[in-house]
Design a protein around this ligand. Structure first.
Ligand code: IVH
Length: 658
């Protein structure tokens, strides 16, 4: 027993410390999965030995005190947390508990109840639930008074949060005024034809950062040498808790609303009805939320969502199950800060621990060196990984990553897996620190450091840079040479068959047949595909050249503005800068590219091989001045082919109607 008391105390200390790192500083030092484990162990011990529960136990409170830099806002109704389930069994147990509690505590007035559950004999048959994606962001509360957004706060410790009103105002999906919808069942008709919103409406939801934005921010921070965000949630929290709202505004935060606090003047019957009404008021709710009759239907929902999670543009770490009927919710009540009517049923963790066997250096198209950890294979959220990025030397130093270390690796969406942190307790003492070498491991050229990034100075004498340049050139959205994979390009470069992108067009069938693993049919197919790629559109050709700072969008801008490669080549920096959308860095990238003798040589070689250097006339073409939007499936073209065709004839394409 004294041992258990000690363990409980230690767990509390640890959890309190990690709570502080996580909730107050937004800088956790352990993974979520490990935190959950500590918490579950404490819950388990406290359940077995209730006499050990103290008022200050982390299980008895939601978080730690907020930072003092922001003002504080007290939540009229505390913001609760959720109990977690990690398996279908635990979710079923939750359902059983709900049913049992409801049949044990029948309503005093039987006439009004039971609408959302079917009964059979004495017991309750099925509960109607609402199942929602559990968004991995941060919980906030919005206050609307007479339909106007007046205050917003973080959850903080559940009772008091930080006043982040100004920052929330920068989130475009948060309405500053609620709509006056024409039809809201529980509301009374107001003036001016519409239904006026309640005098006070407190809305709760999750603020999050879409995965694309998360990647972009980290890439930017990598460039400038700032510490990287460990995951999208930390990035969202770090963005919302900026003292300068301008910084928040520069981060495309978003929100899904999933509940309410105080509402004056309206009464809802179900959670579903609440969400529907929030939508009518112009608040954003998650489109994947579903009504589920019975726990089996919820389990299916969980399965489907987990399968689909990598396709979502934001991070989802589980589902939330809520009893739909609000009267039943009231009867189930709340214990120790968690409602008995709701449950978080988590997905497989996105993080796992494994050991680093070695660190390799990857060389990118621009010569940037990226340290990559090669690890003992480990399953992370259903996918086996054995390589993870360490980003750059600063990140290695900051995390103190050494070869032989046991580390936490994480992946989100289809973002490249990364090493999050070292589990220092697992060190044996023989781990080896790592420094990026001062010579390129592939071509032995000098390595130069610019900002936080190390670059190989070998340029196109470096086989890695050559390979990456060619891979980009042939890729689907550039020249689109079908059937020419990364492995083939590596083989061709290693065997000395090609040294630049133009060499592809001089490849001979016989040469291919001499190589390992090449038969007549595959050689013919490749020669064919290469030939087919000789008539690119101008934007594809520009994009494929791999000019620094020129992505697909910029390639279109350049094509439209200049109309030909030759015209871009003749532009000086000033002329480039005069184009809307082109900034100084991009202008420099473009200008430098066409000053480089090697690049000019490759362009000449491409022309000699009869690769078309198309011209795009500004006001010619049958479709000039017209904008096309393609929806649905097409029978004779792929979407990209249709887009290309429109652009060839002077038209524009778009993906949305404004
Ligand atoms: S409901 C009493 N619904 O999960 C109900 N929470 O562990 C309280 N979360 O603090 C929350 N998506 O930050 C709810 N659809 C959702 C959610 C959700 C994400 C977060 C929220 C909450 C935490 C609870």
């Amino acid at each position: 027993m004294p041992d258990i008391k000690k363990e409980v105390e230690k767990l509390r200390q640890d959890i309190n410390f990690h709570n502080y790192r996580y909730y107050v500083l937004d800088s956790p030092v352990i993974s979520d999965a490990e935190y959950d484990k500590l918490m579950r162990r404490l819950e388990e011990l406290e359940a077995k030995h209730p006499e050990l529960i103290t008022l200050d136990s982390p299980t008895q409170r939601v978080g730690a005190k907020p930072l003092e830099a922001f003002g504080t806002i007290t939540h009229t109704i505390p913001m609760l947390s959720l109990n977690n389930a990690f398996s279908a069994e635990e979710a079923k147990e939750f359902d059983e508990r709900v049913k049992k509690l409801l049949s044990l505590h029948p309503p005093i007035n039987t006439s009004g109840a039971g609408s959302a559950l079917s009964r059979k004999g004495r017991g309750i048959e099925e509960i109607e639930y609402v199942a929602e994606p559990k968004i991995d962001g941060l919980a906030i509360e919005l206050v609307y008074e007479d339909g106007r957004f007046t205050a917003g706060s973080t959850r903080g410790d559940g009772y008091t949060g930080e006043d982040v009103t100004q920052n929330l105002k920068t989130i475009k999906s948060i309405p500053m005024r609620l709509l006056n919808p024409p039809f809201v069942p529980p509301l009374k008709k107001g003036g001016m034809g519409g239904f006026s919103p309640p005098s006070r409406l407190e809305v709760r939801g999750e603020v999050f950062l879409p995965l694309k934005a998360f990647e972009k921010i980290n890439k930017q921070r990598e460039k400038t040498g700032e510490p990287l965000f460990a995951n999208p949630r930390n990035a969202a929290a770090g963005s919302l808790r900026q003292l300068d709202p301008k910084i928040t505004a520069s981060r495309p935060l978003d929100i899904f609303c999933y509940g309410t606090g105080v509402i004056e003047g309206v009464k809802f019957k179900t959670h579903w009805e609440t969400l529907e009404t929030l939508k009518l008021f112009g608040l954003k709710t998650n489109p994947l939320i579903k009504k589920c009759n019975g726990i089996e239907s919820v389990l299916n929902y969980h399965k489907e969502m987990e399968k689909n999670r990598d396709n979502l543009p934001y991070e989802v770490d589980g589902i939330v199950i809520k009893v739909n009927d609000l009267e039943l919710q009231g009867r189930l009540g709340v214990i120790t800060r968690s409602p008995r009517w709701a449950l978080a049923y988590k997905f497989k963790p996105r993080e796992a621990a494994t050991k680093i066997r070695g660190i390799e250096i990857g060389v990118g198209r621009t010569g940037a060196l990226t340290p990559v950890a090669v690890m003992e294979p480990v399953e992370v959220g259903g996918v086996t990984i054995e390589r993870a990025t360490l980003h750059n030397q600063d990140e290695i130093d900051r995390k103190d990553v050494r070869v032989g270390d046991t580390v936490v690796v994480a992946r989100a969406g289809d973002v490249i897996p990364e090493v999050v942190m070292v589990i220092k307790e697992k060190r044996a003492g023989n781990e080896k620190p790592f420094k990026i070498p001062d010579k390129c491991p592939l071509c032995n050229s000098k390595v130069e450091r610019i900002g936080a990034i190390h670059y190989c100075t070998g340029g196109l004498s470096c086989p890695a840079q050559v390979k990456e340049t060619i891979k980009h050139f042939v890729s689907k959205r550039a020249m689109d040479i079908e059937g020419l994979g990364d492995k083939h390009i590596e083989q061709f470069v290693d065997d000395g068959l090609i040294k630049d992108v133009a060499d592809l067009y001089y490849l001979k069938r016989d040469e291919l047949l001499k190589l390992e693993r090449w038969a007549e049919k595959s050689a013919d197919n490749l020669i064919d595909a290469i030939k087919k790629s000789k008539t690119p559109t101008l934007p594809r050709l520009i994009y494929g050249m791999g000019i620094r700072q020129v992505g697909e969008h910029m390639a279109h801008v350049l094509a439209e503005e200049f109309g030909s490669i030759e015209a871009i080549m003749q532009a000086d920096k000033e002329r480039l800068l005069s184009v809307h959308d082109i900034g100084p860095e991009t202008a420099e990238g473009i200008y430098d590219f066409f000053q480089e003798p090697h690049n000019l040589k490759v362009i000449e070689k491409l022309k000699k091989a009869d690769v078309l250097f198309p011209e795009m006339k500004k006001v010619s073409g049958k479709l000039a001045g017209k904008i096309f939007l393609f929806t649905g499936a097409m029978s004779s073209f792929s979407r990209d082919e249709a887009k290309d065709l429109v652009e060839k004839h002077g038209g524009k394409t778009t993906s949305s109607i404004s």
